[in-house]
Design a protein around this ligand. Sequence first.
Ligand code: SF4
Ligand code: SF4
Length: 385
Amino acid sequence: MTESTVKTSDVAVVSCPKYTPESARAALSEALSAVDGLSCIKPGMKVVIKANLVSGKNPDTATTTHPVLISELVKMLLEKGACVTVGDSPGGLYNAARLAAIYSATGMKMCEEAGAQLNRNFAQSDGKTKNGLVLHDFKYTSYLDDADLIIDFAKLKTHGMMVMSCAVKNMFGVIPGVTKPEYHSRFPEIERFSDMLIDLYENFAPCLSIIDAVYGMEGNGPTAGTPRYVGAVIASKNGHYADMAAAEIMGIDRRKLPLFCRANERGLCPNSLDELTVYGDLEKFRVKDYDLICDASSDFSLVVPKPLAWLSDKLLRPRPKLTPKKCVGCKICYDTCPKHAIEMVNGKPHFDYDKCIRCFCCQEFCPKGALHVHRSVAAKIINGK
Ligand code: SF4
Ligand code: SF4
């Protein structure tokens, strides 16, 4: 690759056929060279890799960023003289015992063996955004204060509320776990929630966004879906650009992505990938039948005329639904719901859909995959399914 190629790529989509150190290193080297992603790393810098460690599940489930990829990135950063910490704050408790269990289940020991520290500072700080559109005050995980640079290392996944969870959404993990549902209460409308996520992303301004798309998650994501082979790694200095490439691969119409629509309106990304320089053959990785959790955002006002909003709310909005035989009555959904829209009846959750804001925290945090995003027949027809 020539130096001129290095400087001109906005986003890279490269082949990574499997989770081996050799494949991971080759893919990361190619992608990060293409977007000039490591030139900002200087000896002695403290770099935080903000991984997606949303749940204590085995890497084979495609729920979290794969440890082989993170480990190879750690080695590359160490070779440049950086000190590296890997961290995340999943939903729920943010403490030593919980994170120890998650690090163990998600294979993060490998990153420690590669020379990184796993974050064990569970303090929280109060922050203020400099130029936030909707988010001004927030709490965040204090270990980020030690970082000279942050690298956002996301996973390609479907998501109940946001349709997909990739680079920009991954930065919601800077919010301490137990306080996350509060943000759904503060920003119940999907456009404002999207603006809040963008404010967070822009505030922490990762120097690089990478998406593990070797195996993505399809179906009941972001924690209870099924792995889907893609065989790629996506990288960009701009998380919005990385997400645009991810949406193309998953076959998602970007106009139905609330995060993209808001970022686009705010001038943070162009209308189309055609306006960006893309390194690599994205077409090769496009999955035509990626099983999406829903085809539009949970707010159907994006596709339904305003006069029909009431009807659409009743008939078309997706809603959380229980598969009773999978439910063990743990009450995590009940405890997580920011709007108290769940009542436990005979050990099973019952939903008050008038109170429900369709944040799908209950579905995301159910440890048994007993909740899914249900769409009515009418909604499926409107979305051409
Ligand atoms: S979190 Fe899941 S398993 Fe636990 S009570 Fe709710 S639906 Fe049942
Ligand atoms: S019931 Fe589920 S989707 Fe509805 S507000 Fe509560 S957590 Fe969110």
